[in-house]
Design a protein around this ligand. Structure first.
Ligand SMILES: Cc1cc2nc3c(=O)[nH]c(=O)nc-3n(C[C@H](O)[C@H](O)[C@H](O)COP(=O)(O)OP(=O)(O)OC[C@H]3O[C@@H](n4cnc5c(N)ncnc54)[C@H](O)[C@@H]3O)c2cc1C
Length: 436
């Protein structure tokens, strides 16, 4: 147990989103095993101390911070691979970086994100979006088994055969709701050579953006991408992606887009999968951020594209900027029924999100102006997108959040919550409640 005066406490206590860094735990239980987790949970309940669970610490809403006991599972970061079955067992505190380090040697993967510090626990429990999702499914789609310590201190194994209802909930029901997951077993897939690309447009975005929105959903499942449009007066759109195939095929697939306007920069490389992930990976430096997402179920109209560009141009401005981005969905994600796992947004074509960043140099008035802009922009997107939001882009400002994250799976999640956490030990501002 670390107390506030312990060595390294400040570093370990700090969340990724600096917006919540002022919430400092009274103590941190550094858990290296399911037994440690059980001891910490039972101690917190016996002493009536609030708790939060942390793996990678990347919750956008600071839901892995608490003024009480922080149950930190990051010491459980082992990854063990079984060559015969192709399955990998990861500790509940493994991060994307541990996946990268182990799987790069093995020529295997799971669907993972771009940011090295994100915890596999948070990622898989909320679904898990990555460049391989259209070919291989979400991170949660290849989960075979997970072990979880419940509020009573019991260690449960969950799979299609054992505690199947809790296993269902652990694939999209969101982190922190049912217990502390101490391991995850995945069915991995082999990886070879892929083509990765980054294209940047700095003009004619009113042509490029609708063309991308129209064109991308028809891409083959081997094509995964995200694109991002910067807020502000200077036009900038970046398309970043991965294709299981050749540069020639990517160029042919992108040809209609390139006809609408030529990019100012174009970088395309064919690389072994794990070298390609270095090209795609994103900076992990902690930030002040507010992220607000919406799923798109139909191709956003030309009017939708105008709304997006209009809001981006009217960005009030901070020291760190803002953007609107899209992750292409569909493919293998959509082949699973919305009620087959707790992840409900199966039929969406794309996941869109507005990201507002700032720094400690932005004063309260600047922040208030920018938050109003973000709220208006988010509301204006609803007619062009949907009321559904990604539970892993968890958003403290979302009002109808339970329905937005879980849709028609909400009632079943509430039933499962009552069964496994009847005293509501695992609660935070947007946790699944015991009743609706
Ligand atoms: C820079 C950045 C990049 C991202 N990129 C992607 C991406 O590419 N794809 C994507 O899908 N998402 C992405 N996300 C979102 C990410 O999936 C979520 O923020 C996720 O919840 C982070 O998990 P974590 O373990 O790092 O965070 P934490 O803050 O540790 O945990 C997130 C939630 O899960 C709970 N939790 C953590 N560990 C456990 C556990 N072992 N058992 C039970 N509950 C637990 C926490 O209490 C908290 O409520 C990104 C986020 C950031 C900040």
């Amino acid at each position: 147990m670390l107390r506030r005066d312990s060595f390294d406490f400040t570093r370990i206590a700090a969340p990724w989103n600096l917006r919540f860094a002022s919430v400092v735990p009274a103590g941190i239980a550094r858990c290296g095993s399911a037994d440690d987790v059980r001891t910490a949970l039972l101690w917190a309940e016996a002493n009536n101390v609030p708790l939060a669970i942390r793996s990678g610490g990347h919750s956008y809403a600071g839901f892995s911070t608490t003024a009480g006991l922080l149950i930190d599972v990051s010491p459980m970061s082992h990854v063990a691979f079984d060559g015969e079955s192709g399955r990998a067992r990861l500790g509940g505190g493994a991060r994307n970086t541990d996946v990268h380090a182990t799987f790069a040697r093995l020529g295997r993967s799971i669907t993972h994100g771009r940011c090295q510090g994100v915890g596999v626990a948070g990622l898989v429990l909320g679904g898990g979006v990555g460049f391989s999702q259209r070919l291989r499914g979400l991170t949660c789609d290849r989960l075979i088994e997970t072990e979880i310590v419940t509020a009573s201190g019991e260690l449960l194994r969950c799979s299609a055969e054992e505690n199947a209802d809790l296993f269902w909930a652990c694939r999209g029901g969101g982190g922190g709701n049912f217990g502390v997951n101490t391991s995850f077993t995945f069915d991995t897939f082999p990886v070879g050579v892929v083509t990765v690309f980054r294209l940047v447009w700095t003009s004619r975005l009113s042509d490029v953006l609708p063309a991308l929105l129209d064109h991308l959903p028809a891409m083959p499942d081997r094509f995964g991408c995200k694109f991002l449009v910067d807020a502000g007066q200077a036009e900038r759109l970046e398309l970043l992606g991965q294709f299981v195939g050749t540069e020639g095929e990517v160029t042919a697939l992108l040809a209609p887009l390139l006809r609408s306007a030529r990019p100012a920069q174009q970088d395309m490389r064919t690389l072994p999968y794990w070298d390609a992930q270095d090209f795609l990976s994103e900076d992990d430096t902690p930030e002040y951020v507010h992220e607000r997402s919406r799923y798109l179920y139909r191709i956003a109209s030309a009017e939708g594209a105008r709304t997006i560009l209009d809001y981006l141009r009217r960005f009030p401005g901070t020291h760190a900027g803002a953007n609107w981005k899209v992750f292409l969905a569909g493919g293998a994600v959509a082949k699973v029924a919305p009620d087959a796992t707790a992840f409900v947004h199966r039929q969406a074509l794309m996941l869109s999100s507005i990201e507002l960043n700032w720094t400690a140099d932005d004063d309260a008035a600047t922040l208030a102006r920018n938050e109003s802009w973000l709220a208006e922009f988010h509301a204006a997107m609803q007619p062009h997108a949907s009321a559904e939001c990604y539970q892993n882009f968890i958003d403290p400002a979302e009002t109808n959040y339970l329905r937005a994250y879980y849709g028609t799976n909400l009632e079943r999640l509430v039933e499962i919550k009552r069964r496994y956490d009847p005293r509501n030990v695992f609660r935070f501002a947007q946790s699944i409640p015991l009743s609706l």
